[in-house]
Design a binder for this molecule. Structure first.
Ligand SMILES: C[S@@+](CC[C@H](N)C(=O)[O-])C[C@H]1O[C@@H](n2cnc3c(N)ncnc32)[C@H](O)[C@@H]1O
Length: 224
């Protein structure tokens, strides 16, 4: 990425954080700083348009479209399996709402189920520190790149390849086989679909939520 693009990204993140503040999705100054400083573009070097077209930073024909999209309040499909979307970078406003609903304080440990790109884990690591964040995803071809992009952006939370359902909140299996976590609180995840419309789902601390299966994409954060 050129210096010019890096500088533009700084400005674009500020603008997005400002917009999320304006809509009331981002109210906490610590989280605002995280959104301003964690580079989403590093975690989403490409995504798939609804048509299936790959929109990539490395393709001069799509670079500008890519840059604009990764700095907008949009969920972006980042992984497809047999033509179906299987992972995404969640919509920033939903992430902001979700993160603020965690009501974190220094020293809390957060486990995220559904690492995806690693961007949300980076926001958590920015706020809480690497040692306080773990993130799980079911497939190595998702956790591998997430781990690399986290390192590129300067974050090293624990990234685990595993089935979050082993924790027992998917309506099957469980209870907890993924690392030695003492779960004190859990809260609603947010359904992240490929639809650009805003979800009306709002997380409520203390209740476990199971998202619809349509996108096989649910995000649960457990606070231990
Ligand atoms: C919406 S994406 C995560 C978005 C990510 N938190 C972000 O903001 O960049 C949901 C993720 O959940 C993962 N997933 C689905 N089922 C899972 C399971 N049983 N255990 C762990 N991860 C799972 C998918 O592979 C997908 O990457």
């Amino acid at each position: 990425m050129t210096d010019d693009l890096t500088n533009r990204a700084v400005e674009a993140r500020r603008a997005l954080a400002q917009a999320l503040t304006g809509t009331g999705d981002l109210t906490d100054p610590d989280w605002r700083r995280a959104f301003e400083e964690v580079p989403r573009h590093v975690f989403v070097p490409y995504f798939y348009a609804p048509s299936g077209e790959r929109i990539s930073a490395n393709d001069p024909a799509t670079q500008e479209q890519w840059f604009t999209a990764v700095h907008e309040d949009r969920s972006l499909v980042t992984h497809r399996t047999d033509g179906a979307a299987t992972s995404s970078s969640s919509q920033p406003s939903l992430m902001a709402t979700m993160l603020e609903a965690l009501t974190v304080v220094d020293g809390l440990n957060v486990l995220e189920i559904g690492a995806g790109t690693g961007y949300n884990a980076a926001l958590l690591a920015h706020r809480l520190g690497d040692d306080h964040v773990a993130t799980v995803d079911i497939a190595e071809d998702i956790t591998g790149p997430a781990r690399e992009r986290l390192a590129t952006a300067g974050y090293r939370p624990t990234v685990i390849t595993g089935d979050g359902c082993l924790l027992g909140f998917c309506g099957r299996q469980g209870p907890g086989q993924i690392p030695q976590l003492r779960i004190d609180r859990s809260f609603d995840p947010l359904v992240v679909g490929s639809s650009p419309t805003r979800s009306t789902t709002r997380p409520r601390p203390g209740r476990v939520f199971r998202a619809g299966a349509a996108f096989r994409a649910w995000v649960i954060l457990y606070v231990s």
